[in-house]
Ligand binder design. Structure first.
Ligand code: GSH
Length: 222
């Protein structure tokens, strides 16, 4: 039996969704973010030393890192579902997006969230211009260009085919859902993309997505 160590309002929502798509039996152990810091509780470190979510325990073996968890579930329990046939272009795209979600998309999105928090944080009036200059420096030198390029690329790919790997829904779509949902709340190129908007609508219409939300609890992409 798989146990999902699920932090509220977090990336582990995607693991619940994958398990619902595959209709596999699983149980959820819930953890609540600290109301002030938004961080995971220390007890999650008892499951894995980094104390992040998601983590799963599959019959006594612990797996962390969303991409690795998705690959483990698909390879060990998927029965060939939600994964294109090897040696196809769909498979190569599937592998790319499986890694790109956490490797390329999420890090600058988390940085954007942090920069936004610095700008909005309460501070003495004399510190505000310094905080703004620091935030603008990060945006101009790296952030705005990087996130917009990422979402223009996703827009092009989703304009060319129905799902990230090809014409069939796959686990790559499940892992990419989180950066897209976060992106449309704060990245211009994502907000403007009709392909991304249509894609998110199709994702939200999937019954397994709704079942996972019911089980995982409210989810705030911003
Ligand atoms: N790349 C990792 C990121 C894990 C991660 O940062 N998870 C967040 C949840 S969205 C977390 O546990 N945050 C709470 C904390 O950092 O204390 C993965 O995909 O598993």
């Amino acid at each position: 039996m798989i146990t999902v160590h699920h932090l509220n309002n977090s990336r582990s929502q995607r693991v619940l969704w994958l398990l619902e798509e595959l209709e596999l039996p699983y149980q959820i152990k819930r953890y609540e973010r600290d109301k002030t810091t938004n961080l995971a509780p220390r007890e999650l470190m008892d499951v894995h030393p980094l104390g992040k979510s998601p983590v799963i325990d599959d019959n006594g073996t612990v797996f962390a890192e969303t991409g690795a968890i998705v690959e483990h579930i698909i390879d060990s329990h998927g029965g060939g579902r939600l994964k294109p046939d090897p040696d196809t272009d769909d498979y190569r795209r599937y592998k790319y997006w499986l890694h790109a979600a956490e490797g390329s998309y999420m890090p600058p999105l988390v940085l954007a969230l942090m920069v936004g928090r610095i700008e909005a944080a309460p501070m003495p009036f004399f510190a505000r211009p310094i905080a703004r200059k620091l935030a603008k420096g990060i945006r101009d030198a790296y952030l705005d260009h990087t996130v917009n390029a990422l979402f223009k690329y996703a827009d092009g790919e989703l304009s060319a085919r129905s799902w990230f790997a090809g014409e069939n829904f796959s686990a790559a779509d499940i892992i990419m859902s989180f950066p897209l949902e976060a992106g449309v709340t704060r990245v211009e190129a994502a907000k403007k993309s009709k392909a991304i908007a249509g894609y998110l609508r199709r994702i939200h219409d999937r019954p397994a997505y709704s079942r996972a939300l019911e089980k995982g609890g409210p989810y705030d992409y911003a």
